[in-house]
Design a protein around this ligand. Sequence first.
Ligand code: VG1
Ligand code: CO
Length: 538
Amino acid sequence: MIEIIKTTPYTDQKMGTAGLRKKSKVVMQEHYFENFLQSIFNVIAPEGKTFVIGGDGRFYNSIAIQKLIKMSAANGVKKLIVGKNGYLSTPASSNMILKNHTDGGFVLTASHNPGGENGDFGIKYATETGGQCSSQVSDKIFEQTKNITEFKILQCEDIKLDTLGSQKVGEMEVEIVDPITDYVKLMESIFDFDAIKKMFANGFTMRFDAMNAVTGPYAIEIFENVLGAAKGSVLNATPKQDFGGLHPDPNLVYAKELVDIMYGENAPDFGAANDGDGDRNMILGKKFFVTPSDSLAILTDNYALIPAYKGGIFGVAKSMATSTAVARVADAHKIGYYEVPTGWKYFVNLMDSKRITFCGEESFGTGSSHIREKDGIWAVLFWLNIIAATGKSVEEITTEHWQKYGRSYYLRFDFDGIPTDIANDLMKNLEEKLPSLNGQEMNGFKIKLAEVFTYNDPVDHSSTSNGMRILMEDGSRIVFRLSGTSSSGATLRVYLEKLERNKFDANPRDMVDELLKMAMNIAEIEKRTGKKQADVTT
Ligand code: VG1
Ligand code: CO
């Protein structure tokens, strides 16, 4: 029986950089999840449509997915394709949307944010493009959330999600699928699996840290079962509700177990990690770390080594905050190059219109037009394919890249938990100051341009402002942004880049020291937030 339940709105259901992201306890409030979902349905008219659904397995995944199924049935959805046990990585979901030509999908995830009752929960909503909805659509959904008065739900037993095949829930079809099979096929169609197999057979060693999150089963299947990496190459491979207490963010700070192995005695040849929902990646060699910005540049430079791309690529895009390393590669290869606001949704139009093939963000995201999300395992396979094709180590590949293109020393400084009004004032003050900075000399740098970054989408002609940037005459940069994924308070992100043409072995922290002083000073960070230094540096 379909029930119509009266409800009262919440006022905080605005989607950020990647969907809605909140403390689990916020989402657990009465009708919180239902209100948000019904608001999406009210905007997108789901009658007769098909969606892909799943989640990264975090706390509340199993409860939310039942609500999602029952509300879909009550709202006239024709069919749901559900990942077995309710699990689906973000890239696998995007692949299934495209492959099955569905009308969109939902991934229950707060991505790289911690999970558990005291952690975070979230919802990413994708359209038929396979990518997350545009800001224009999320604005409409936000308006709905403020006025919602009722939602529809089917009253029925919980649906069993552990057996593959089709079943009926009310009038709606629910098909439970194994998302791993299709994903493996997609990866096989892109990379040279035979060359990678041969490399493992010859003794190549790797560790992949799945961080107790959704990619564990995908990684075991691809790296160990299909490609022949030694058993035990995948660490933390079983998805856990609270990620085993880990913060599933693949960087040098949070992927500590992997980092200790890669910097220890007898380190394997290659190391990598993914985040909670499998769209981020970190790449390591023996005692060697590749910044995500460099990784994007290196993958782009080596596209011709990969079977799926060797015929040529359209172009490449990066988020504005990402280092300029890939710009130099695009220039050398004479391919299209775009800079977009932070968030993968801004790449979707560029991929759909065949302007770009690759894209990436400094926040450990890399991907291509094979899907419309960033893809952690894809990036790892790309690196393995380059290593197999060249016989070179991660360190050799990266240092040779710097010799050819120069090195962008790059670090991001995050100032967490700032009261929202203080953070907003800081940004406002900074914006007012920008014009006066043009042409000034400070800390050994000459400022070429200080501006608010505004992106004009060449496809839908929308215009988006996101963050501010200070560009120096020598190619160095400072970027300021407020995070759009924090579940409470504000996070100020300061991105620093120092371009060096000849010096490749310096400590990145030392190289950006003057830029950091300059950024602290210009934005009055200590005076306004009381923070002498960043909470997390990546
Ligand atoms: C962060 C990253 C951004 C990324 C987003 C979603 O956003 O900086 O590059 O696209 O997370 O990543 P923000 O607004 O907090 O800086 V994921 O792995 O959550 O989908
Ligand atoms: Co993610």
